[in-house]
Structure formats: C-alpha cells, structure tokens
Write a protein that binds this ligand. Structure first.
Ligand code: HEM
Length: 179
C-alpha cells in the first residue's frame, strides 16, 4: 500500500483524535516500518489493518465507518494532487464507470506497485450504475466514501447501496442511483 495512504491517514487521526492517539495506535501495532511513513514509500497492507483495528478499538468506531470518513478526506487529497485527472470528467456516473479502465490505469503509471481493486460495470444508464468491487483488502467502505465525494464534486448526490457478494467483503456489488 502506498505511503500517501498512511501519511494522510495518520494526519487525519491526529486532527480528529490528537497526537496521543497516533502514538497509541502505532505503539500497540507490530509495524515493520515502525510507523515512519513517507508519502512515496510502499508498506504492507497489514500495517494499515493493524492501525485501523487499534483505532477502532480505542474509539468504538467500526473499521467500515473509519474507512468511510477517511475516504472522504482522501478525496480532497486526490482533488489537490490530480486535478487534471478529475477535469477529464463532467459527470459522476461517467467518472465512476471509468475507474477501472482509465483512472486507476493512470494511477498505476504513477505508482507501478499500487495495490488497486477491480471494478466491473454490470449495468449503466444516464442516472444509475451497478458495479462489482473485488479486492483482497475488502476496502469497500473506502470506495463508498470516494463515491459519495465524487457526486459532491459534481454538485449532486446519490443513493448508494452495498450488497455483499462474499461475506468477507472481498466482493461487493455497488448499486448507485443519482438523486
Ligand atoms: C486505492 C488513487 C479514484 C476506489 C487507491 C490508491 C491510490 C488511488 C493511490 C492506493 C493504492 C495503494 O495504496 O497501493 C486514485 C486516484 C483517483 C481515484 C488518483 C482519482 C483521480 C477512485 C474512485 C474510487 C476509488 C473514484 C471509487 C470507488 C479505490 C479503492 C481503493 C483505492 C476502493 C483501495 C484499494 C482496494 O480496495 O484494494 N486509489 N483513486 N478510487 N481506490 Fe482509487
């Protein structure tokens, strides 16, 4: 997992819960990196999982909800870092249906070792989209947060339902309807 995902995560933890919490979740995890992340480095996904588990245990907030809030913050990072990529799109449905064959392809050019999910478009109309998410990392709520913010970016909203295809969340169907 890319370092920027860790550095932005720890920044948000500090902002919301304070530096003591950052310290606490780092020291209670077994981290090969010892918690010293740089935005251009690459680290094991298991480190992110431990940080999330300890933050969840210390705050009582579920991992899914932590990922949702984190993704909403991360979208701002994307807006600041890759404005050109977002400017390619005029419509949220067009943008979301292009993650697999455009957006994440560009991401892979920047970070060849990025660990990305796959999104398969099942059905698409002007105002709706059905997509299947697949990833061993089961970060579907990170996807949900990014989708919410994608609609907000285009000054609109959507109703997004998640249907687990696999109980462990490694395959999830997103049913998206523009409001
Ligand atoms: C992961 C970039 C848009 C869904 C990531 C990662 C980067 C990235 C850098 C981390 C990869 C790693 O740590 O190895 C971008 C950029 C985008 C964009 C630059 C837009 C310009 C989206 C959108 C979605 C999305 C709109 C909506 C669903 C995800 C998910 C992951 C991810 C779910 C987590 C990894 C996983 O589930 O396996 N993306 N992304 N991305 N992205 Fe994107």
């Amino acid at each position: 997992m890319k370092g920027i995902v860790f550095t932005e995560f720890l920044d948000l933890v500090e902002e919301k819960f304070g530096l003591e919490m950052v310290d606490k979740i780092i020291t209670s995890s077994e981290l090969e990196s010892e918690g010293a992340y740089t935005s251009v480095g690459t680290y094991r996904f298991s480190e992110m999982l431990q940080l999330l588990q300890h933050l969840s245990a210390n705050t009582g907030i579920s991992i899914d909800n932590l990922l949702l809030v984190y993704a909403e913050h991360f979208f701002g990072v994307i807006e600041d870092s890759y404005p050109g990529l977002l400017a390619t799109y005029k419509d949220p449905i067009e943008m979301l249906s292009s993650i697999e064959n455009h957006i994440h392809i560009e991401v892979r050019k920047i970070y060849p070792d990025a660990e990305l999910p796959t999104f398969k478009v099942i059905d698409k109309t002007e105002n709706s989209l059905v997509m299947d998410y697949k990833s061993s990392r089961a970060m579907h709520h990170f996807g949900l947060g990014l989708m919410n913010k994608t609609f907000e970016h285009f000054n609109t909203t959507a109703t997004i339902e998640l249907e687990k295809i696999k109980e462990d969340g490694t395959e999830v169907r997103f049913i998206i309807t523009k409001n």
